[in-house]
Design a protein around this ligand. Sequence first.
Ligand SMILES: NC(=O)N[C@@H](CC(=O)O)C(=O)O
Ligand SMILES: [Zn+2]
Ligand SMILES: [Zn+2]
Length: 347
Amino acid sequence: MSLIPTLTLTRPDDCHLHLRDGEQMRAVLPDTVRRFARAIVMPNLRPAVVTTEMALAYHDRILAALPPGTQFEPLMTLYLTDNTTSTEIILAKNSGAIHGVKYYPAGATTNSAAGVSDIARCYGTLATMEETGMPLLVHGEVTDPEVDVFDKEKIFLERVLVPVTQRFPRLRVVFEHITTSEAVDFVTSASNHIAATITVHHMLLNRNALFQGGIHPHHYCLPVLKRETHRRKLVAAATSGSPKFFLGTDSAPHSRSTKESACGCAGIYTAHAAIELYAEVFEQVGALDKLEAFASFHGADFYRLPRNRDSITLKKESWKAATELEFGGETLVPLRAGESLGWKLIG
Ligand SMILES: NC(=O)N[C@@H](CC(=O)O)C(=O)O
Ligand SMILES: [Zn+2]
Ligand SMILES: [Zn+2]
């Protein structure tokens, strides 16, 4: 009998993932496929994935890029714009391949220029989403330049999300990559069809990580890292066992040159060690027994998908993350580059 602890889980799903496209997608996809059965794939390509037809074409490009002999189901999303029609929502719903519609406030994050200028313009579309049960996936930050960058999520909640959920009380909503204690409280007390994803980087790092001994572009993402009190609240929510919180890495690859720049891109790459890093967070608070539900059950249940049937196994063994990874002719720097991790994927 081995004395080294192992952890076997139902194979998890990543409910918030950026796969990019082309050669870049081909470079990062194997990391996700090794760990996850399915992922909710974000539509913020250039050009944005605004129609069902574009989403289905992207779906097929992902399948064509899978490493031979592997199984993976991309769960597609549409990119909401001021001009998204109810007809498009119904087409998306009927396709069976599109599982959510992503709301980026215009200018809030990477490739959000084509996003929504004023959510009131989308009320007709939201009504159709409410009727058809199509989830609204939300990047919840205001773009008002007078709002402090660390308050953008909290103010979005007050100004936009609370009013929208009151106006459309049956609308299914995923508040993506939440970072604040206010967001945790809102989701906890909201109705059952309002849920949230939590990234591993927002649970591992507080905002000091941006400035430790100098500026760290590879710790820059949106929403930006928050103070320690918020980090703790996210860990408590993720490990609480509540079905409203589930795994969404928001793994967001950018090349080294676009991150290490005078105006660096937002996004942290975690797909190379995603479930291993979540295991580290859950272990730190003595909640490894809550990891499987958070990673493998709550997201599937929210999206009304069958739970996965196969499993993955992690072993308590130290290994070093690569210092950089190939990224379609360039390189990218993953989280923990060149540093140790305590859990290793073994099958
Ligand atoms: N999270 C990020 O910092 N970046 C994401 C976009 C997003 O999820 O907001 C990206 O596409 O790079
Ligand atoms: Zn986002
Ligand atoms: Zn994202």
